[in-house]
Design a protein around this ligand. Structure first.
Ligand SMILES: Cc1ncc(COP(=O)(O)O)c(C=O)c1O
Length: 357
């Protein structure tokens, strides 16, 4: 049984952070790390100061991109304690990503324990302002000094923490989305459902095109027919029909198994909506927006929670959804989900664990 060593940390004052935190710009004063090799397995687990690493220039990650990460959040409750939300699902997804990249997995219970201990020790970094959170970023890196394209024999697992404002300034704010026809993100059988940096690096050129045209995010179509909807930016996507039926693309292998997506599907059913996870033809979507059958479109992800899509840009045309305004169902789902996450609403599904600090 691995134990986590606690190293001395010179504490910093989170009180000196700016009121507007941004996303992923500031980091807590301590981090978790452990190392792997086949002889020792996972070892040297510690929580110590946030610090830079020294890595060999020949480390596999720099050449093959062998790395995975995940993202979850800690929420400050009104009574001062802290909630984690479905963190065990992130630990499981981290391992699925690791397996896809030929990397060693981290026992999920231990991973969750490391997150709980780290957040408890760094509890002062969980911000108090409305809609702010402590973003938790676990990472797995192939550190073996070898230019070989094969499974690594040495890895580093670390977890860092970043106090953040909502992903999109303004919190529940409508976003404009550009439908990419130049580029695709992922193909079934590829690495699209793994949270590995190459997927994100490969998305940046398209995102820059979107931004230069006045949009914030990219809607990705499937890589083979460029016809079926995959995801939007780093979010899953949902389409609401006539205010009562929610459709989202099925987990095809090309898209991420979003924790928010799964939670929204459950909450939607609780609210009396019907739901479907299926292949969604983008041309049908366009027709259904234009005919008014689609009443709302929104992205779902840990960063933004629910991001209503106000406008779609496709082949030089702009298509407004719900007159460019966020819809009532997206709002309701946002309020329900954040209510559970911050402990303001009852947690009927047992999704949260509360850390007493
Ligand atoms: C590509 C992609 N899709 C979807 C999501 C949403 O997943 P989750 O709700 O677990 O944050 C993310 C964020 O992690 C993502 O990076």
């Amino acid at each position: 049984m691995t134990t986590i060593r606690l190293d001395a940390v010179t504490e910093q004052d989170p009180g000196s952070l700016p009121a507007e935190l941004g996303f992923g710009l500031h980091f807590a004063d301590r981090m978790f790390s452990q190392r792997y090799n086949p002889a020792q397995g996972w070892h040297d687990a510690s929580i110590g100061p946030y610090r830079p690493f020294a890595m060999d220039p020949a480390a596999q990650v720099f050449h093959n991109g062998q790395m995975v990460f995940d993202g979850t959040k800690a929420y400050r409750r009104d009574d001062g304690s802290i909630n984690l939300f479905r963190v065990e699902r992130n630990a499981e997804r981290f391992n699925r990503s690791a397996e896809r990249m030929g990397m060693p997995t981290v026992p999920a219970d231990f991973h969750v324990e490391a997150i709980e201990k780290l957040v408890s020790l760094a509890h002062r970094w969980v911000p108090h302002a409305p809609n702010t959170t402590l973003y938790i970023r676990p990472v797995l890196v192939a550190t073996e000094k070898a230019l070989a394209i094969r499974a690594p024999k040495e890895c580093l697992h670390f977890i860092i923490l970043s106090p953040v404002s909502p992903y999109f300034a303004g919190g529940f704010a409508p976003v404009a989305v550009y439908v990419s026809h130049e580029y695709v993100r992922a193909v079934r059988g590829g690495t699209g459902e793994a949270k590995t940096p190459g997927n994100y690096a490969g998305s940046i050129a398209a995102t820059e095109i979107a931004i230069s045209k006045g949009y914030q995010q990219v809607l990705w179509l499937d890589a083979v027919e460029r016809r079926y909807v995959d995801e939007v930016g780093a979010m899953n996507i949902a389409f609401l029909y006539e205010g009562k039926h929610l459709r989202t693309p099925a987990l095809s292998g090309a898209i991420l198994h979003g924790v928010t997506r799964d939670s929204v599907l459950t909450l939607a059913k609780d609210l009396g909506l019907t739901t479907a996870e299926e292949r969604i033809d983008f041309h049908e979507v366009l027709a259904d927006i234009q005919s008014g059958r689609i009443t709302e479109v929104f992205g779902m992800g840990t960063g933004a929670v629910i991001a209503p899509v106000a406008r779609l840009g496709y082949e030089g045309k702009d298509i407004l959804i719900n007159g460019g305004e966020p819809g009532p169902v997206a709002r309701r789902l946002f309020d329900e989900l954040t209510g559970i996450q911050y402990g303001r609403l009852p947690d009927r599904h047992g999704w949260t664990r509360t850390l007493e600090v």
